[in-house]
Structure formats: structure tokens, C-alpha cells
Design a protein. Structure first.
Length: 341
């Protein structure tokens, strides 16, 4: 009799434990934190928002927004510099005497580092037709500073090992993701590139998007370009930037679509008609990377597979902040075993 009671108690305890585990798992799948950045029509951050200022849907069903709080988690930033078309004036088509694109790429890289070195851990990856140099997070920000100073002295200061094989922007992003450990939406990649070589990548841009979403790493980019005169753009010059823009958008990041060299300065804007100064534009981009908020969501059901996610401002919020934009990833990762690539 006593033995039967012990067995019954053990059975009930086992089933209760299983039920609690399943309930906790379902609860974790139904509650999500989403990294967002809300900016006004001029690109400046909008603060003081409350849950009622948002509307959200997943799989066509309303999502309850529980809270919005500043994201105070530590940040890790990977700086990727694409030097494929930056070697010298002859390769870039720049007139004699005008600084080659390499110099202003490194100037932009150094600006990013100096403005954010006290706010985040930074790693560096520089590539051309292969990976030239990598400074990982464990080496510290000081090592990144040293490498950028070396690079500023000339391209010859970078390693050029043909045994490493070829690399394109897609390959560099995927390799760069391996530098992160235990990623979160507080992590981001910052790319300086013209994106022209994307069509020859070993990995297509869909694979890059899937990996970024699965790892919750956001991608931001400055698209480097020059006036091409009266000729039409090549297929590579059209497709590459379009793909980079889509990668940034889907990951919850953003892209500066205009970055041009004008005599002795770089002109940057978030769009071709932008009127903000280069300094203002870069400051706003850095804010979008680091000054995020976390939306706590309660989904209408646990997600077994990846689902699209729609987030917008409420009618009253759109009326108050006309032209405002929310930067976020529009994909939610499912809890099923095959949801992540």
C-alpha cells in the first residue's frame, strides 16, 4: 500500500513538473522583446513613447504591447570596411590629385570608432578580395584604434594573404557574425561599402538575412558611391545596393543611401534629397544604433515557426509625429527546432 502511494506521488510529481515546463516554454514563446528605434521626419529620435502609441500584429492577429523601456544592455559593434574598389585613383576612376576612396572610407571608419568607443565594445573586419584584417572583441577597442591608424597611413599596411581565398560583402558579413558570442538585439554590424560585388557572393543575400534575424544582430550601412556621369549603372551597381538596403531593413537596421566625395569633404544623407549636414546625419545614424528601446510583447499564440511582424504608430501618435518612422526587424523567430538556420 505504502509502495503504491509512493509510486502514485512520483507519477503526479513528474506530470506536474512536465506541465510546468511546457507552460513556461509556451510563455517564453508568447512573450518577446523587440528592439525598436523611432525617429521623426528629420531623423531625430522620438522619446517619451508609451505602449498606447503603438499597434502591432503577428500572423494577422493583434499583439499586446506590455511596455516600452530604454535598452540599457551593453552593446557590441562590428565595423566592416569593404575596400574592394578603393585601392587607388586608377581603379576607382577618380581624377588625378583627388584623394582615393580609401582615405575617406578610413576617415568614416575612424569617426565611427571615436564617437562610439566609450559606448560599446568594437571589433573590426577589413576585406577586399579576401579578408585582410580582423580585430575581434577579445582584443579590445585599443587594438581597433591601432589598426585604423595603421590603415590610415596607406593600404599597404593591411595584410594581403592570397591563401585565404576570395571574399565578398555577403561572405564578410557571415564571417563577421562568427566574432559574436551569445548574440542579442543589442549587437550590430556597421558596414562601409559600395555593395557592388554582392552578385558574386558565395552566399546569397537571403542567407545573410536569415542568419542576422536568427542571431538578432542588426545591420547598418553607409553606401559609398560616386557620380557615374552619363552612363547607365551596371546590373551590379543596381542590384548590390538594393540587396544591402534590404538586408539592413529586414535585420532592424538602416542604411545611408547617399555618400559622395565632393572635393575635400564627404557628403552624407539618409536620402538623395537630405539637407542635414554630414555630422548631423552620422550622429543620427549612431543614435539609431545605440539609443534603442525594448518593446515587451505578448503574442496571441506561441510561434512554432518564423512569422512576419507588423509594427506601426497609433493614429494619434502618427498625427502628433507626422512622417515618423519605426526602425525594427519585421520577423519573429519561431520556437520550433527548425526555425533558425
Amino acid at each position: 500500500m505504502v509502495r503504491s502511494l509512493i509510486l502514485l506521488a512520483a507519477y503526479l510529481l513528474l506530470n506536474l513538473s512536465s506541465a510546468v515546463f511546457v507552460s513556461a516554454q509556451a510563455d517564453s514563446c508568447s512573450h518577446r522583446s523587440v528592439s525598436v528605434y523611432v525617429q521623426d521626419s528629420q531623423g531625430s529620435p522620438i522619446t517619451g513613447l508609451v505602449p498606447a502609441d503603438f499597434e502591432a500584429k503577428a500572423h494577422g492577429k493583434p499583439v499586446k504591447i506590455l511596455s516600452i523601456t530604454p535598452d540599457s544592455r551593453p552593446h557590441r559593434l562590428l565595423l566592416i570596411v569593404d575596400t574592394t574598389h578603393s585601392m587607388n585613383n586608377a581603379e576607382t576612376g577618380e581624377p588625378p590629385g583627388e584623394p582615393p576612396r580609401w582615405r575617406w572610407q578610413i576617415a568614416l571608419a575612424q569617426h565611427f570608432f571615436k564617437q562610439n568607443r566609450q559606448k560599446a565594445q568594437i571589433a573590426l573586419l577589413i576585406f577586399s578580395k579576401q579578408i585582410n584584417d580582423v580585430v575581434d572583441f577579445s582584443q579590445g577597442n585599443a587594438a581597433v584604434d591601432v589598426k585604423l591608424q595603421e590603415a590610415a597611413k596607406g593600404y599597404d599596411n593591411l595584410r594581403n594573404d592570397p591563401t585565404k581565398g576570395t571574399a565578398t560583402l555577403h561572405d564578410a558579413i557571415l564571417q563577421g557574425l562568427q566574432l559574436f558570442d551569445h548574440t542579442s538585439s543589442a549587437d550590430a554590424i556597421y558596414v562601409l561599402s559600395d555593395a557592388v560585388e554582392n552578385n558574386t557572393a558565395t552566399h546569397d543575400f537571403g542567407a545573410v538575412i536569415q542568419r542576422l534575424i536568427a542571431m538578432e544582430v542588426r545591420l547598418f550601412a553607409v553606401l559609398l558611391q560616386r557620380e557615374i556621369g552619363y552612363r547607365n549603372k551596371t546590373a551590379e551597381e543596381v542590384l548590390g545596393p538594393e540587396e544591402l538596403s534590404e538586408i539592413a531593413r529586414k535585420s532592424g537596421g538602416a542604411i545611408l543611401s547617399t555618400a559622395e566625395w565632393h572635393n575635400d569633404r564627404v557628403s552624407l544623407s539618409a536620402n538623395a534629397n537630405g539637407k542635414a549636414t554630414t555630422q548631423e546625419t552620422l550622429t543620427r545614424l549612431y543614435q539609431a544604433i545605440l539609443q534603442r528601446s525594448l518593446l515587451e510583447l505578448e503574442l496571441p499564440f506561441p510561434l512554432e515557426k518564423n512569422e512576419s511582424f507588423q509594427l506601426k504608430l497609433s493614429d494619434s501618435a502618427r498625427h502628433q509625429w507626422k512622417g515618423a518612422q519605426i526602425i525594427y526587424s519585421d520577423s519573429l523567430i519561431g520556437c520550433g527546432s527548425n526555425s533558425k538556420p
